[in-house]
Each structure stands twice: as structure tokens, then as C-alpha cells.
Design a protein around this ligand. Structure first.
Ligand SMILES: Cc1ncc(COP(=O)(O)O)c(C=O)c1O
Length: 349
């Protein structure tokens, strides 16, 4: 266990703010939704509080019904879990073990490596292509006879880039059916590229294909911990075995059900996110920074100065972003937060 890198969530923001003598830190480090949950969601959660002496529905039956209605997909093709991270981890535990390998992109979401190591499998991190996109052919070529899972993050965290429908179809064609392919679509709602397609339709013809999604991003429920996957019913029954009973709390289920009812508000969030990411990218470029075009709620840029130092100085001035190797990843915030972030970046640079 000591060899498995632990996820580093950073220090509690309130503690950091008080240490730095700041009233507030603008949090642009964790790709969260910058606005609070919809008022209707808050009311539904408040109303459900009186029931939490009971265990939740273990299979999140009502949330599954809501998802089935929204997507027009049979309920037995859904799997709800306490955050999509738990689903991704469950998949590694159910499919992989010593003597197997797991393929994912590099850089991509850190949980794939952690989950592979937890399962005892060998992680195979495959470099992105020259345009910072996942490389479907390279990843398919990396699949070995002992490969159990391919994690494909579309769009990809931390680069924000997406793969086209043709690319994901190619991946599914090239990878043997014995390998579970997980399309992690945590940021799918934010995409506006015309050549993007969710992999959900592919789950109909390929029982080895699973799509994971989350309520932590556009639905603004990161603190609730709720996500879901879509796929072949028998595959899902097998993959979910490592999940503890009653894993997704009652309040999380209630919040997600209510949030799904407000697709009009979700659409507005998507619009303001798109405006915010365009603003951040344009302003960073005006400051002569190198920026990767994003389809998500964050922007990855390669600063002209040392990223760790720059991020540390930005934090001193009350703006938190995540330094990652040669880059900094900045989450799209509210209009005011984005403006403030650019102002501080400009000053600190
Ligand atoms: C690619 C990706 N998948 C999944 C998650 C986590 O989702 P959840 O909050 O549902 O565990 C994140 C969170 O940052 C992510 O970037």
C-alpha cells in the first residue's frame, strides 16, 4: 500500500485563507462548478434530511429511473456510485489484478494509475499525440494479452482536449472485446466541438464498453459524491461487485434526482462556462502564455515562468490553481473570479 501514490487534495481552503490572512480564496484548482447547487436541489436535500436515520436505497433505484428517463435508456444499463472515481476504482478491482495491465493516457486523470496499482495491475501510461490529445491508435497498440482495462478520458483531464467520434470508434474497433474500455466522460456536458460524440451509443453494440459520468461538475454536486456509469447490464453487474452496499448516500441521490430536472439551468451553466474558458484562454494568450484549447471547465497553460512558483505566488494573492509539471491548470470560475484570476496572473508574471 505504501507504494501506491495517495491522491493529494491539498489543505482545507479555509485554513489556507486564514494562514495567509485572506478573507477568501478563489478556488480554481479542482474543476468544480463555481455556482452553488440549484435552490430546488438545496430544498430537496433539506426536505430529505429527516430520513437519514435509514440506509439509502442501495441501488439508487429512483435516481436510476430519472437517468433512464433522461437518456431514454433501460434502467438496468445504469450503475450509480459515490462519485465516478469510486466507479472507476471498482472497475479496476473487478477486472484487474497481479499479472494484468491497465492502459491509459499520459497525462490523464490520476485515478487510473491509482486504481490500477490498488488492483495490483501494471499501469501502462501512453503519451498523448502532438496536439495534446489521447492517441487512440497508440493506446490500442499498447494493449497486451494481459491488458484488462483501457481508461479513455474524453475530454481529457488535465489537457481539456477531446477525441472525435471517429477516434473513439477506431479505439473500440482496434481493442479486443476481452478488454473493458471505460470512457470517462466527466466533462462531456461542456463540450461544443462538432466532431465529438459520447461513447454511450457504443455501449449498445459492445458489452465491453462502459461510460462513466458525474454529478460533480456541471450539476454542481461535488460535495455530495455521486456519479454513474452506463453499459451492458451483465457487464455492469460484474464490475460493480467491489462496491460496498449502500455506497451512495440518501442526500446525494435526492440531490442528483432534483438536479436532473433542471436541464435549462444546466444549459445556462454550460454557456457561461464556454464564455469563461474563451475569456481565460484569450487573456492568457494576450499575456504571451502558451494555452491548450479546452472543451471542458478548465484550461491548461504552460506559463512563461516556473509553474510551481507562479501558483504559490497566486495563492498568496488569493487565487488557487493547480500546478502540474510544466503546466498550470485553471478551472473556469464565475465571471468575476475569472477576471480576478487574470488580473493576478498578469501582476504576478
Ligand atoms: C476525468 C475525471 N473523472 C472523474 C472525476 C471525478 O469525479 P467524481 O467527483 O464523480 O468522483 C474527475 C474529477 O476531477 C475527473 O477529472
Amino acid at each position: 500500500m505504501e507504494d501506491i501514490p495517495a491522491y493529494d487534495p491539498g489543505r482545507p481552503t479555509a485554513e489556507l485563507a486564514s494562514d495567509l490572512g485572506l478573507d477568501r480564496i478563489i478556488e480554481l484548482a479542482a474543476n468544480e462548478c463555481p455556482s452553488p447547487p440549484f435552490p430546488e436541489v438545496q430544498a430537496a436535500v433539506a426536505a430529505a434530511l429527516a430520513t437519514i436515520n435509514r440506509y439509502p436505497l442501495s441501488n439508487a433505484d429512483y435516481l436510476v429511473e430519472s437517468l433512464a428517463d433522461l437518456y431514454d435508456i433501460a434502467p438496468d444499463r445504469f450503475w450509480v456510485g459515490p462519485g465516478s472515481t469510486s466507479i472507476l476504482t471498482s472497475i479496476a478491482l473487478s477486472t484487474s489484478g497481479p499479472g494484468t495491465s491497465v492502459v491509459f493516457g499520459n497525462p490523464s486523470f490520476v485515478v487510473y494509475r491509482m486504481a490500477s496499482l490498488l488492483a495490483g495491475a501494471e499501469p501502462l501510461a501512453i503519451p498523448l499525440d502532438g496536439a495534446w490529445r489521447l492517441d487512440p491508435e497508440g493506446m490500442a497498440a499498447a494493449v497486451r494479452p494481459d491488458t484488462a482495462v483501457v481508461y479513455y478520458c474524453n475530454p481529457n483531464n488535465p489537457t481539456g482536449t477531446h477525441s472525435s467520434e471517429a477516434d473513439i470508434r477506431r479505439l473500440v474497433e482496434l481493442v479486443p472485446d476481452s478488454v473493458t474500455i471505460v470512457f470517462d466522460e466527466a466533462y462531456a456536458e461542456y463540450v461544443d466541438a462538432a466532431d465529438y460524440s459520447s461513447a454511450i451509443p457504443l455501449t449498445n453494440d459492445h458489452d465491453n464498453v462502459i461510460v462513466s459520468r458525474t454529478f460533480s461538475k456541471v450539476y454542481g454536486l461535488a460535495g455530495m459524491r455521486v456519479g454513474y456509469a452506463i453499459g451492458d447490464p451483465a457487464t455492469i453487474r460484474a464490475l460493480r461487485r467491489p462496491q460496498a452496499p449502500y455506497a451512495t448516500g440518501t442526500l446525494a441521490q435526492v440531490a442528483a434526482i432534483e438536479a436532473l430536472k433542471h436541464q435549462d439551468l444546466v444549459a445556462r451553466r454550460v454557456e457561461s462556462n464556454a464564455a469563461g474558458r474563451t475569456f481565460l484562454a484569450q487573456q492568457l494568450r494576450q499575456l504571451d502564455q502558451s494555452v491548450i484549447d479546452s472543451q471542458t471547465n478548465f484550461v491548461l497553460w504552460e506559463p512563461s515562468e516556473d509553474p510551481a512558483l507562479l501558483a504559490a505566488e497566486l495563492l498568496q494573492s488569493g487565487v488557487m490553481m493547480r500546478p502540474m509539471g510544466p503546466w498550470i491548470r485553471v478551472t473556469v470560475g464565475t465571471e468575476d473570479d475569472n477576471a480576478r484570476a487574470i488580473e493576478m496572473i498578469s501582476q504576478v508574471l
